[in-house]
Design a protein around this ligand. Sequence first.
Ligand code: NAP
Length: 483
Amino acid sequence: MICVPIVAKSVEEALKEMKNSVKVADIIELRLDFIKNINENGLKKLLKNRELPIIVTNRGKKKGGEFKGSEKKRLALLKKAIELKADFVDIELNCKEKDEILKNKGKTKIILSWHDFEKTDRKKVNEIFNKMKKTGADIIKIVTTAKNLNDNLVAFDLIKNAKKENKKIITMCMGEYGEISRILCPIFGSFLTFGSSKIGKESAPGQIPAEILKNVYRINELKGKNPKIFGLAGNPVKESKGFLIHNAAFKKSGMNNVYVNFLTDDVGRFINGFKKIVSGLSITMPHKQEIMKNIDKIDARAKKIGAVNTVVKKNNKLFGFNTDCDGAIEAIEAKTKIAGKKVVLLGAGGVARAIAFGINEKKGKLIILNRTIKKAEKLAKEIGCEFGNLDKINEIKPEILINCTSIGMFPDINRSPVNKKLLKKMVVFDTIYNPENTKLLKAAAKNGCKTISGVEMFINQARQQFKLWTGKEINTEIMRKAL
Ligand code: NAP
């Protein structure tokens, strides 16, 4: 179930938010502690007007909440909620009146909760679970803070444990490294996940909007269906749009697959922990080279390029591919032939490297220009082409210009790597896809140049990834629309 927390400052605002949540929520959590001067009358009004099952929570300051009154007042409101037949009431494990509340819970179901706002400690989590399972609570809630991606594995194992013991559990990890748990835990069997009513209305760090959980990640549809897990491993991953296009493609193809963002700093450790869980991966900065040490077999082309951006799992073995190169070359060749043309490539990072190999294979006359000239020289020597620093663009008149630097990428959208006066009689390809129409492309189009957006490369390489993972073709219009 998707639970939308209502974090309103007044009863009226809470009523409005409860109404707005009906479209995306299966259940709501009423955070009494956020409502200023909440009293029994306000609580009564809120419970009377609910359209969905409700969890009543009233957290004190020490437990990460906002309630300013005494402990007695805090608990009195929760007891009142039970009297008013709230569907669920949340109390903390160390609440002094826990036993009494559990004894007098009537028809209300009690969620017994425990939070760690600093870390995830596997031993402590197991200890807490063993303690909680003996209390007679209807649902156990254990929430920790992920300090790295592998902390999520503790929550996944806890779900397995609870299943074995026939206990209902709510678990997830807070923080940006824990975001995946908010998608995968409910799919694996957590009783619910929290999703904000909209961006800015999160009640805990890392919360994802409920609408995205429902319509993009399809967590309700996929629950219990043992979906295959795919995702993007890298850092940063926040601005990537891959989750939109791959989840849309899986949905359209009727596949029970889900694609999430794996924020990871240590790709070796990530593979160690998640190899069993994932069926395929996209790899992004800064791991496209490091990943090669952690997989079983690398495709000859990816080996030649020296970077892997796609991983496929088959018979428990990991295979590495590169779809960046073909994705870019396909995008260029849809507009112009490469053979014999003078091609200037700006940048010498991972993407530049993949495209440089492709241009060379297609017999383009390549020149690599980069801010750090040493990197341009190194790549140019491997390819066997000319190189220089970025200023050299003023002396060369390319027939095809390719930007592989991040100049112009969101949020730096008012910059261009090349003076607009130079953009004449050439094809200009900007690998940046956010924004779709960069300052460089706008100026080139204005000067009458043919332009190619990074979106074309992004879609092409994603289509190839989809084929490698599923063995099936996908109509790229679905991906384009989702983007
Ligand atoms: P990378 O390995 O980090 O390389 C970044 C490149 O940009 C380097 O050549 C770097 O030069 C240069 N650069 C960065 N900031 C600069 C600045 N202020 N001035 C001059 N040069 C600067 O990154 P990457 O993975 O190759 O990604 C590069 C671009 O590809 C990004 O813009 C990204 O949006 C795009 N991309 C597109 C797709 C797609 O499917 N369309 C996929 C992935 C990436 P130095 O060597 O001097 O640091």
